[in-house]
Design a protein around this ligand. Sequence first.
Ligand SMILES: [Zn+2]
Length: 253
Amino acid sequence: MELLPAIFFGITGLFFGSFFLVIAQHAATGRSFVMGRSKCDFCSRVLSWSELIPVISFVLLRGKCKHCKKKLSLWYPISELITAFVFLSIALYVTSLFPMIVLSIIASCLLVIFFSDREFEIIPVQFVLLACLAELVMLLATPSLLLNHFLSGSGAAAFFYAIYLVTKKRGMGFGDVIFAFLMGFILGFPYIIFGLYLSFLSGACISLLLVALKKKKLHGGTVPFGPFLVFGTFIMMVWGEHIAYFISKYVGF
Ligand SMILES: [Zn+2]
């Protein structure tokens, strides 16, 4: 897509960001479902349209509720920006229409999973299934890849299930095992290897950073792993070919 329509697509992502957050809350907690964030988290006052403009409202209100002045979560604008970045990347790097539509559906599921696991430590299975289904539709267009992707998913899930058993369910939840299947099913071999590597690397970096900032203790207080798996999946899903080319050319592997 050309730059201007891609930017427009990215801005649409800003609005979808807050919508996905609400879906994630609904999927994880069963909280009532509304189109977007309609009330203040603290005083439950109904928000006006001027308080619901992505990112801009948050900046203008300095991250506080207009009425009760309580500090709002920084994750509202961050989620909106992440979603905008995801939409923009797909618009810029995916060239034909059919993959663009399917990847947008998969990316939307990935974002809901990211927000839900980050906040509630729950990976909503229904969105894993929806993304699997979308990927299946994509693979049916090139059936020769189907077996590779299915085996990659099964292999990744088996690997995570082993970690799940060895760490006695403390290192990883069963949701991560299910997600690992989706990750392998989307990426296929060998991209799944790079995707997992990116997930573990980013997870380790952020965990160490949080320990350094004293936000988490080294023992106890785990960081949910789902968001890092989503990160690895998305990066390889959109830039897999570029990254594989770079590695084969410069690392010789
Ligand atoms: Zn309030």
